[in-house]
Design a protein around this ligand. Structure first.
Ligand SMILES: [Zn+2]
Length: 377
């Protein structure tokens, strides 16, 4: 219900223009949605007055002065209500963010929060989305090129709580490949070096560090219990094994997780988002590959010894990390409806710029996730 004191503004990412005398074209820049509708002179006069400063009552007074005629307040409210329902205008309230985020956080993430607003109904929801990001505790296994970038981008989005797990120390070759490892950190645990980088992005960042390797006998139950979301990029001893161990425990605890890709033979993998009871878990993927490769018999390799250091381009690791972060942020901030989520792992091809997706479906009889029922976050 619109009140006399309400103040509205045109939504930030909305472009409106007139076609002819009476057709209003509306274009939503972030979602690419667009539509037209017929407007009368009265509606156009009202739209001209929407400046984020004047209340409904102020607009009535101003318009009456302009056209020298009394205007019915309810008629104004009716137009505003219509524009609001169509998502063209939003309320412009001071301190509307206060129950969710501080002035400091609002100022820091203002552009991103407005972007969120285009995917959520109701002006408070975008602040709530930022609050969810701020309060999430993210556990990351592996702090190399992909894991380190994911942590960096999440800190840039406003994540303040991290648990970092990596047994490596920074080596000379890391300094030239990763922006978060500096010369002074050579010989220092990667988790310590990354912590310093994240705190420099946002002083509110807190990091719980685990400078160890993810060996099969390590109990990760408590770690996963303390996390709101889990990411695996640990490729030692082998990404398939670490992912199985992590995914199985996450499914047991009904924790959403992301298996991020982009290393060795995976080129620029998009990785996969695993939402318990909704998307395929790591065991579903493993079963898919067992089935897909059933008739494939490896031949004996003719060359027994060779030097093999598979390389890549740091931009491709960044692609994998950024792709993962987009999905992770969408999930933890609740920006899209995941009940209809159907993406599985894809691979970005360097030469053609195509992304090819695997057609993996959740196996209802999967020994790990088969009996799990999806619960909305
Ligand atoms: Zn499964």
């Amino acid at each position: 219900m619109i009140k006399n004191t309400d103040i509205f503004k045109i939504r930030e990412a909305v472009d409106i223009y007139l076609i002819g005398e009476d057709i209003l074209q509306v274009y939503f820049m972030n979602t690419r949605r667009q539509f037209q509708f017929k407007v009368n002179k009265f509606t156009l006069l009202l739209i001209e007055c929407v400046d984020g400063k004047k209340s409904i009552l102020d607009i009535k007074v101003k318009l009456e002065e302009r056209i020298d005629k009394e205007i019915d307040l309810d008629a104004i409210k009716q137009v505003f209500s219509h524009l609001f329902e169509k998502g063209i205008i939003v309320e412009n309230k001071q301190n509307f963010h206060k129950p969710y985020i501080s002035d400091e956080v609002k100022e820091r993430y203002d552009r991103q929060i407005n972007f969120f607003g285009d995917f959520l109904l109701g002006v408070a929801k975008k602040y709530e989305a930022q609050q969810k990001i701020q309060k999430s505790r993210i556990l990351i296994f592996g702090c190399g090129s992909v894991g380190g970038w994911i942590a960096t981008e999440l800190a840039m989005c406003g994540v303040e709580n991290f648990i970092l797990f990596d047994g490596d120390n920074v080596e000379k070759s890391d300094v030239s490949r990763h922006i978060f490892f500096k010369e002074k950190f050579i010989g220092v645990p990667k988790v310590n070096a990354l912590e310093e980088y994240l705190v420099n992005i946002n002083p509110m960042v807190k990091v719980e560090k685990h400078n160890e390797y993810l060996s099969p006998d390590i109990d990760i139950t408590g770690l996963i219990r303390r996390a709101d979301f889990v990411i695996n990029t640990a490729d030692e001893p082998y990404i398939g094994h670490t992912s199985l161990k992590i995914s199985r425990e996450c499914i047991k605890q009904k924790k959403a997780h992301y298996i991020a890709g982009g290393f060795d033979a995976h080129l620029a993998s998009t990785g996969e988002l695993v939402i318990p009871g909704l998307t395929p878990c790591v065991d579903c993927y493993a079963d898919y590959f067992t089935e897909a490769l059933k008739g494939w018999k490896p031949k004996t390799h003719p060359v027994k010894e060779r030097y093999q250091e598979i390389g890549g381009l740091s931009s491709m690791s960044l692609f994998s990390a950024s792709f993962g972060v987009i999905e992770i942020i969408k999930y933890i901030a609740g920006l899209t409806d995941f009940k209809t989520y159907s993406k599985s792992r894809g691979e970005f091809l360097f030469d053609t710029l195509d992304i090819t997706y695997l057609d993996v479906k959740r196996d209802k009889n999967c020994k790990t996730c088969g009996g799990i029922v999806y619960e909305e976050a």
